[in-house]
Design a binder for this molecule. Structure first.
Ligand code: SF4
Length: 298
């Protein structure tokens, strides 16, 4: 048996439970070889793709062009986006490896009463635009955990949590040490989400078959600079996801009506957006930062 031993008291949240699963399963003493082999089968192809082709998004998808309404507008209009650095492949490759090993860890540690789905293909919510030329119509959810037997599961996870939230979406993000520290303290209802992580979580949480928006969703940080540090799973609450859903729907409508929303991300976050938008001393990560600067709306 490799699964997580029963705790003295059930974990009070899904986030604590997921952290315990991850820590336990990653141990060389507990890693299940069948789960590990499943992960290893996937890794060569993922590394090959990361290192041999460009990975920029060509269309709007849950992980691309949603952080700012103007990004969505530009991408909808077919505005060319800037390229990522040519040597970005190793970052993606390592990220894929860490994701796969995390799935193996969770699966190794998964106790009776629960089931985990990994790299789960999903269709997108009914509010996601249907124009397949501009919007990707499918996505993949990192991990969906479900309770299969409430009585058995209650040894591990508090009974009130199981009753209110019998399933939980978990999205892994590998990050450098600085990002990991920020992730630990992030105020998800306030801090700039330049890379669209909350946008992505919102779309997936509301996808058919996942239907977890009302439970919130977990963003689980992996510190790729210090891999012995425990996973940092943080709950993005339902009200944050609901607010993001409303913002995304407004952004899609503006894009479809060809209404330029202006520098929406900068307006929302002011100077805190500079890091992402490339203003002030910020380097800028937005794929449209050049054209956006050339077209001031305020
Ligand atoms: S540079 Fe900033 S405001 Fe402009 S499109 Fe990009 S995220 Fe939006």
């Amino acid at each position: 048996m490799t699964f997580l031993p029963k705790p003295a008291k059930p974990y009070p949240t899904w986030a604590k439970f997921v952290q315990a699963l991850h820590t336990h399963g990653l141990s060389i003493k507990n890693m299940d070889t069948a789960a590990l082999n499943l992960a290893l089968v996937e890794i060569p192809g993922l590394i090959f793709d990361a290192m041999s082709q460009r990975n920029e998004a060509k269309v709007i998808r849950p992980s691309a062009f949603l952080a700012c309404a103007r990004q969505t507008f530009y991408a909808h209009q077919g505005q060319p986006s800037g390229d990522m650095p040519d040597n970005i492949g190793t970052t993606f490759a390592i990220g894929h490896v860490l994701h796969q090993l995390s799935y193996a860890a969770l699966q190794s540690a998964m106790p009776p009463g629960f089931v985990g789905f990994y790299e789960l293909p999903v269709t997108l919510p009914d509010w996601w635009p249907k124009d397949a030329m501009k919007y990707n119509q499918k996505g993949t959810v990192d991990t969906l955990l479900k309770v299969t037997d409430s009585e058995v599961a209650a040894d591990y996870l508090a009974a009130d949590v199981i009753e209110a939230h019998p399933k939980q979406l978990v999205d892994f993000k590998s990050m450098g040490g600085f990002g990991f520290k920020k992730h630990g303290k992030a105020l998800f209802d306030h801090d700039p989400d330049g890379f669209g992580y909350i946008s992505q979580l919102t779309v997936y949480a509301d996808s058919p078959g996942v239907d977890c928006l009302g439970s919130g969703a977990i963003m689980a940080g992996i510190n790729r600079d210090s891999l012995t540090q425990p996973l940092k799973p943080r709950l993005v609450t339902a009200d944050v996801l609901e607010a993001e859903k409303a913002r995304l729907i407004a952004a899609f409508e503006a894009a479809a009506n060809q209404e330029d929303p202006g520098e929406e991300f900068l307006m929302r976050h002011d100077d805190a957006a500079n890091f992402f938008c490339g203003r002030g001393s910020g380097k800028g990560y937005c794929a449209f930062k050049e054209v956006c600067r050339e077209q001031p709306s305020r």
